[in-house]
Design a protein around this ligand. Structure first.
Ligand code: SF4
Length: 155
């Protein structure tokens, strides 16, 4: 099921009731700083360990997500790795940031996985404000609202 993030104070959080341990946050690596990013690409996605580039949107989102209690986070170089993480960890809900094309293809791929009796996860989609594969942008307020937790519209 694809849902919109809660955008306004007082609106219901679509992920309320989904434990943080059952959520997956997917971010596109194109949000990284095009210059000076020390991240290392690994088989499980971009490793940002130890990076303190506060002007990087990925840094800000990782910080907010970890503070909110997210444990399953993947900064993916593409849809294939993102879907692989979904298949491996079988979340109950996904917060996915990506361009329109990756979101469309990703949702179709996730829904096509074998979910047994559980049914596919709730997917909160956050389209990029600016795509183009390098130095992309996203609405940080929308991301924080989607993550839930204290201070978010639904939190
Ligand atoms: S936080 Fe941003 S700048 Fe730092 S390693 Fe990750 S993507 Fe690169």
């Amino acid at each position: 099921m694809v849902v919109e993030p809660a955008r306004e104070e007082g609106k219901a959080d679509p992920l309320a009731g989904v434990p943080l341990s059952r959520r997956l946050l997917l971010l596109p690596h194109c949000l990284r700083l095009a210059e000076g990013c020390p991240g290392k690409m690994t088989p499980s996605g971009l490793d940002c360990s130890g990076c303190e580039h506060s002007e990087c949107k990925i840094h800000a989102i990782l910080r907010a997500a970890i503070e909110a209690g997210y444990e399953n986070i993947c900064v993916a170089p593409g849809g294939r790795l993102a879907v692989k993480r979904v298949a491996q960890t079988r979340p109950a809900a996904i917060v996915a940031v990506a361009c329109d094309k990756e979101l469309r293809e990703g949702v179709a791929a996730v829904e096509a996985l074998d979910w047994d009796g559980d049914g596919p996860p709730i997917i909160v989609q956050i389209p990029l404000l600016r795509d183009g594969c390098v130095n992309t942008d996203v609405d940080m307020a929308q991301v924080k609202a989607a993550l839930g937790g204290p201070g978010s519209p639904g939190g």
